[in-house]
Design a protein around this ligand. Structure first.
Ligand code: ATP
Length: 300
């Protein structure tokens, strides 16, 4: 029997989005396999919200293509029901109560899981009669998460869901998010500036800088092929073939290589996810940076 890969959650080819003359995404190629929790990171203005809004069908590409769960985003009502979206700042209707939000969710979504919605609202201690405009940032985020998940989507998309929350509320929110993902058997994509959060919940990473994917892939695989090398001054230019310098730093470099640490003729230490992300971000920022750097293999 030929082996068929499951349909990717996101599949972008040459995806470009311009706002007037401003290019927010530039020829992005990306393939995110099914069943992952994906962290989308990058500096302000990198294009993260643009990518997520394209994935929800709220924006249209200028050129190139994006398929979400195998279809054009928001291609039909049925496809819309397969994707749950929590936008930046978790917008709610201020004059509607928590219960009104759940009723609206039930009316708009054929697959609405009322039991799940009510259970979760009780679990996180939200009063159904409370007006949404009076909820704290953390409570609003929990309400938005509940509404997105009670649709029982196959993919949950979050745009900086926990940015405004204090550490304790963030912890609670992330724990809930992971419970939903497990309960629904769903994939999730979340953008965040909080690398600790990404490290805690994500098993797949996309680093987007300056409208381009710099690196993408399975977190464990990425950590396995990146090292911090201690290299005597002047020797960086004489590294063996197959070692790519991502970022040169004092006394060495962060490198990417398929070579085992024992095959590298310098001291090689593991990197943290934060070091890896920062290395790609600063490379993208450097004058004369390679365009879309290591995206090639990793982005596929
Ligand atoms: N509606 C718009 N009109 C014009 N330019 C826009 C619009 N939306 C975004 N941009 C520009 O596109 C680029 C990417 O913006 P985007 O919001 O996607 O970035 P981001 O990575 O989500 O940033 P942040 O982390 O600050 O939320 C930025 O330069 C931004 O100014």
């Amino acid at each position: 029997m030929p082996h068929e890969d499951p349909v990717p959650v996101l599949h972008a080819e040459g995806l470009t989005k311009r706002y007037g003359r401003r290019e927010a995404l530039s020829g992005v190629d990306l393939r995110v396999p099914a069943g992952r929790v994906v962290g989308l990171v990058g500096p302000n203005g990198a294009g993260k919200s643009t990518l997520l809004n394209l994935a929800c069908g709220l924006l249209q590409p200028t050129s190139g293509s994006l398929r979400v769960l195998g279809s054009r985003p928001a291609a039909s009502a049925a496809h819309l029901a397969r994707v749950g979206f929590v936008a930046q700042n978790t917008p709610v209707y201020p004059s509607f109560s928590v219960a009104d939000h759940l009723r609206l969710g039930a009316r708009l979504n054929p697959s609405w899981d009322r039991g799940m919605a009510e259970r979760r609202i009780a679990q996180v201690g939200l009063n159904p009669a409370q007006k949404a405009g009076r909820l704290s940032g953390g409570q609003r985020a929990q309400l938005a998460l509940t509404i997105a998940a009670a649709k029982r989507p196959e993919l949950l998309i979050f745009d900086e869901p926990a940015a405004a929350l204090d550490p304790l509320a963030r912890q609670g929110f992330l724990a809930n998010l992971m419970e939903f993902v497990a309960e629904l058997g769903a994939a999730a994509v979340l953008s965040s500036h909080l690398l600790g959060d990404i490290e805690q919940v994500c098993d797949h990473l996309i680093v987007l800088c300056d409208a381009r994917v710099q690196v993408a892939g399975d977190v464990r695989e990425l950590l396995a092929v990146h090292h911090r090398l201690t290299v005597p001054h002047g020797d960086l230019g004489r590294l063996p073939a197959g070692i790519e310098v991502v970022r040169a730093e004092r006394g060495g470099a962060i490198v990417r290589t398929g070579l085992a640490a024992s095959q590298i003729p310098f001291r090689a230490e593991p990197v943290t996810l934060e070091e890896l992300v920062l290395a790609y971000m600063s490379r993208a920022n450097a004058p004369g940076a390679p365009v879309g750097a290591a995206a090639g293999e990793g982005a596929r």
